[in-house]
Design a protein around this ligand. Structure first.
Ligand SMILES: [Ca+2]
Length: 329
């Protein structure tokens, strides 16, 4: 009788330990290596909030703002890099994207491609979209700018996206009165057989729209480039609900495409207050939720790590069983 009680107690302890090995979605990942490669073209260079949070949680964050492209390639080829962030970069014609493709296709990799609006010609989406193309993503950054005359932080270019999607990642975010700042942002469309397509009402395999603009937003071609990438401005008879932050799972890797580098400090995007009105927003919470979801559900730790979760509770279970047997004898 006593043995049975001890057996059920030890089984209960094992169950508790197994449950405890799954971190809640709101917690940060640990033990990962991130690289933020700003290159020569990226506008945003400050990531102190992101750096502090993730190094504090036991990750390595390499702010590769002064790296050459060759130095980036060397680190992708010689180090275990789990996530690569490209904020508004432009790659030169002689910078082969093959090393990024090879790295991504090696599996369990998170590639975050962040755009910018076409304000003043600082960012040209056609120079960053080839990265998405080379890793096999159907997502593309629009070559225009999202402008919201209604949902904004005191100026229409300080877009306050106020719609959270209903996919598996967005569903991990517990939000009431959802708001997220995208300062001078572009949006995301997709391609099908080489043709640009509206992502707002489409269901695309392995693609999740995590955050959308308000129903009142418009897309404008503010640099008047009228380029092939200025897609949404051509269908502006239906405004609003632009995809601002989208993921695509490719094998056990994932791309994240955002209209702004909202893991940057810039104008409090990776933060929780608006720049002007100081209202609360979900910026860092959304970024963290995406990263956590990826490493817990898609690019999960390899099998060599799994026994550790199992070995400790199993050893306790066996020791208890042996102890019970000995007591009986
Ligand atoms: Ca444009």
């Amino acid at each position: 009788m006593k043995g049975k009680l001890m057996l059920s107690t030890s089984l209960f302890l094992v169950a508790l330990m197994l449950m405890g090995s799954v971190a809640p979605a709101s917690s940060l990942v640990t033990g990962k290596t991130f690289v933020i490669y700003t290159g020569s073209g990226a506008f945003h260079q400050d990531y102190n909030g992101f750096y502090g949070n993730y190094t504090g949680a036991g990750n390595t964050v390499i702010n590769a703002s002064d790296f050459t492209y060759d130095a980036l390639v060397a680190i992708l080829e010689n180090t275990t890099v789990d996530a690569l962030f490209l904020p508004g970069n432009e790659f030169a014609d002689n910078e082969s994207l093959t090393p990024i493709k090879t790295w991504f296709e090696s599996g369990k990799k998170l590639l975050w491609v962040a755009g910018d609006s076409d304000f003043g010609g600082y960012f040209v989406s056609q120079k960053l979209n080839p990265v998405l193309e080379t890793v096999g993503s159907v997502l593309r950054l629009d070559a225009g700018a999202v402008d919201d005359p209604v949902s904004n932080d005191n100026a229409s270019y300080r877009v306050v996206a106020n719609q959270l999607g209903d996919g598996p990642i967005a569903s991990t975010i517990d939000a009431t009165d959802f708001k997220m700042i995208f300062h001078g942002s572009t949006s995301v469309y997709y391609v099908e057989n080489g043709t640009p397509k509206d992502l707002r009402n489409a269901t695309v395999d392995n693609v999740e729209v995590v955050v959308k603009s308000s129903k009142d937003a418009k897309v404008i071609d503010q640099d008047l480039s009228a380029s092939s990438g200025d897609f949404y401005v051509t269908i502006n008879e239906t405004t609003g609900n632009y995809p601002m932050l989208v993921t695509e799972t490719i094998g056990d890797s994932m791309v994240v495409v955002s209209g702004e580098a909202n893991f940057a400090d810039y104008k409090n995007m990776y933060g929780n207050t608006f720049e002007v009105s100081r209202e609360f927003h979900y910026g860092s919470i959304v970024v963290d939720a995406i990263i956590t979801y990826f490493f817990e559900k898609i690019g999960t730790a390899d099998s060599s790590f799994l026994p550790f979760n199992f070995v400790v509770p199993f050893s306790i279970f066996m020791a208890t069983a042996i102890f019970i047997r000995k007591r009986r004898n």
